[in-house]
Design a protein around this ligand. Structure first.
Ligand code: AP5
Length: 216
């Protein structure tokens, strides 16, 4: 039976950074609903264009849209060793849908891990973030610079981009949405005995080590 691990946390808590590392170490696949929506927006699909306006203004996309997209992604052939979900579920209806979706596929939810970061750290994390325009590798102006200034470590490209929703104003809206809409997901999993919390305010390698201990 393959398994799923859920990483929950506010914007900028390090879900994407850590999901990528964990997926590599555990031989699982990172599934980021934010990345999926941004790819759909770039492709200009109906769903993608509808999502783009919501993402850019810091609001969640409708549950039914993201649940359908996630189900399709989990059914792709590369998920046989399990999935690390980065950014899903974000509402209680999404958590209920995930239960059903995993049951139908005889997959188990082994861990739900909250990456806890205080609100005051988030704005600095998000506004300092940039990514390689060619391969998408993620960097930070202070905490994760490329080894050679202006050159991507992963692919050598020299163009970088910033996300449109990474402004101070939009981040504040995303933080509020996290507390109001995603907050209730934590007690839901705590009552099921699945929830662990790691302190995400520490250096990236320390957070990775704590996550590895949590999923052992
Ligand atoms: P999504 O892309 O998931 O954005 P998010 O949750 O706001 O999270 P981020 O990607 O901003 O941050 P992260 O936690 O991954 O942190 P990262 O590792 O990059 O979603 C975007 C939008 O899509 C949503 O607003 C919504 O509209 C829509 N959406 C997505 N999923 C949805 C769903 N399920 N339902 C409805 N709508 C959905 O780290 C941030 C920066 O900090 C990086 O520069 C990194 O290098 C640095 N950093 C990371 N860890 C550390 C550390 N420990 N110390 C110092 N720096 C660090």
């Amino acid at each position: 039976m393959s398994r799923a691990i859920v990483l929950v946390g506010p914007p900028g808590s390090g879900k994407g950074t850590q999901a990528g590392r964990l997926a590599g170490r555990l031989g699982m696949v990172q599934v980021s609903t934010g990345d999926m929506l941004r790819a759909a927006a770039r492709a200009g699909t109906d769903k993608g264009l509808k999502a783009k306006a919501l993402i850019d203004s810091g609001q969640l996309v409708p549950d039914e849209m993201i649940i359908d997209m996630l189900a399709d992604r989990i059914d792709e052939p590369d998920t046989g060793n399990g999935v690390i979900l980065d950014g899903f579920p974000r509402t209680l209806p999404q958590a209920h849908a995930l239960d059903a979706l995993l049951d139908e596929r005889e997959m188990s939810l082994s861990n739900v891990i909250e990456i806890a970061v205080p609100d005051e750290l988030i704005v600095e994390r998000i506004t300092g973030r940039f990514a390689c325009a060619s391969c998408g590798a993620n960097y930070h102006e202070v905490y994760k610079k490329p080894a050679r200034d202006g050159v991507c470590d992963a692919c050598g490209a020299t163009e970088f981009t910033k996300r449109k929703d990474d402004t101070v104003e939009t981040v504040m809206r995303r933080i509020n949405s996290y507390h109001d809409q995603t907050g209730p997901v934590l007690p839901y999993y705590s009552e099921k005995g699945l929830l662990a919390s790691v302190n995400g305010a520490r250096p990236i390698d320390e957070v990775t080590a704590a996550l590895e201990r949590a999923v052992e």
